[in-house]
Write a protein that binds this ligand. Sequence first.
Ligand SMILES: [Zn+2]
Length: 397
Amino acid sequence: MRLFFRGLMSSSVLALAACTHSPQTTKFEANCDFGNVKFSTNFETAHLNGCRKMASNSYELLIAPENTPINPSAWYAFDVSAPAEQVLNLTLVYSEGYHRYPIKKRIGTADWEQIETRPDPKSKTDRHSFTLKTNGDPVRIAAQPIFDTQKHLKWIETISNLEYVNQTTIGQSVENRPIIKLEEVDDPTKPYILIVGRQHPPETTGADALTPFVEAIWGDTQQARNFRTNYNLIVVPLLNPDGVLHGNWRHNMNGIDLNRDWGPFTQPETQTIQTELERFETGSDRIVAFIDFHSTWRNLLYTQTDNEFASPEGFTKEWLKVVDEKLDDDVYKFTREPSPNEGKPTSKNYMNSKFGITAVTYEVGDNTELGATQIASKQFAETFMDLFLRQSEIQEN
Ligand SMILES: [Zn+2]
């Protein structure tokens, strides 16, 4: 897909970026084909807003958000084609925000490789230069290893193969992509856990954590079977498919942050959730916990404060304490961050205030290693099941 221009916004961004960031008169152009060297965006999640040649083998690449104001999660992704044995000097020029994600590259189907260290969060530079050695093969450059909608759909298909999991489409995005729900098929009288993910497109490490968490609960272990005897799970793993596909920094295709729309429910994606929650409002089904997966600078879980009511009482404190004891800090260090509901319409605040339940925002660090994320996520899920199973024993006795 072509992402260079997005109507009026993009052309004003181009003019602004050209005059504020560089003394040169060269403007950013939508055409990024310089003959031998080419920058292209013909893939899902691609994001590059313009290019200009500064000198031989030296290029500046404009990175601009979908609209403003916006959270500074400056996503970029593009392909570089160049003749063999060249050293390109590339500079990312941000029209908003700053360089947040260290550059990753991939050649063909090889593993992603991070080619620089993580930027200092305090540096907040809006121009970031790096060199790229090419050997004739096209190189994909991205802010994070790409986790696109195809990868989500593949995972959804795999999970749907489990005999006790149903896949249904519960709504459509702005651009009519399906919002898919995975749900256990049996006994609706059991209490429900709801898990959602990928409201924010660049937050791939959150998606890396959601998948093993769900796999642990829907896995073939004695504990998971016991858990499923007592609880139902609903998973909406990809709430912003358009944003992911278009490589957005934060928003859906109406320019709205979906995780500031729980309560207002003005967007088709969040309205899908609103409709899904009706069954819990009427009392026909009972919801007992909610988890929303995201990414941020470091590993943490936003919870209710100790003064806010959340059933089961004291659950997150106990849950995270036990996980902390089991996880080596060298592998996965995290903190519990009680954050008060100050009226911001996030999923966590909405679910807690509407249903009085434990509602958590599970945040994985942008630069947390995949293996560590998976180990931790499995541990979080196992302890979660263990504590909820104890809850159901208490209720039975
Ligand atoms: Zn987020």
